[in-house]
Design a binder for this molecule. Structure first.
Ligand code: COA
Length: 176
């Protein structure tokens, strides 16, 4: 019997036609509207570095991730730094590898784009599998701290420049 390969989800850039469905996915995954509003504001102020969706073979949008520009102060202004937030998977598709695939693919793209450093605020039990490290983020002065604040160096320039001070995009100030 011929075995047919299981079709893989496609990871692709966001189109304007996806915006409403992305807002619904974020609201469903987080159980509130704050993350959808954050994304709308990050888009409006031009702070997004990369946003991608995972779409299953039937065309259903099942995952979303955004990265926004973070500004380094002083010598760190030469570094290309971004923040991973938010990332979400449709509740009925969670824990089946969609988030992992989406995060791995987008981090590879950021590395290929020449980005130096990615920051994230999230569960210390989830992000270390992608190389994020709270000790590295401890050398980054930011409005966030603690074990949830984690960093991933994509170039040698980032750890070489540390300690550094950074500012997040303005919409994060209103985020709760
Ligand atoms: C977090 C999220 C994006 C992960 O995507 P996913 O497709 O469900 O995750 P994957 O299937 O790729 O990975 C599963 C692993 O992630 C872990 N995981 C999933 N959600 C987690 C969470 N909120 N905290 C800690 N670990 C989590 C699972 O325990 C599992 O671990 P294991 O591999 O050791 O068994 C998704 O669960 C989600 O949208 N959650 C709601 C929104 C959210 O919390 N976003 C992240 C904010 S930082």
């Amino acid at each position: 019997m011929t075995r047919h390969p299981v079709p893989e989800p496609v990871i692709r850039p966001v189109a304007e036609a996806d915006h409403a469905e992305i807002s619904m996915l974020l609201a469903a995954a987080f159980g509130q509207d704050a993350e959808a509003r954050l994304v709308t504001e990050l888009r409006a102020c031009g702070a997004l570095v990369l946003e991608q969706v995972s779409v299953d073979p039937d065309g259903t949008l099942e995952g979303y991730v955004a990265f926004s520009r973070v500004t380094g102060a002083g010598a760190a202004h030469r570094l290309a730094i971004s923040c991973l937030a938010p990332v979400a998977v449709r509740p009925d598709r969670q824990r089946s590898g969609v988030g992992t695939q989406l995060i791995e693919a987008t981090l590879a793209q950021l590395r290929a784009n020449g980005e130096d450093l990615v920051l994230v605020l999230g569960p210390p039990s989830y992000y270390p599998r992608f190389g994020f490290d709270a000790a590295l983020a401890g050398k980054v002065a930011a409005p966030f701290a603690g074990t949830a604040f984690q960093a991933l160096a994509l170039s040698e320039a980032a750890p070489a420049a540390m300690p550094i001070e950074v500012d997040f995009a303005t919409p994060f100030q209103a985020f709760d």
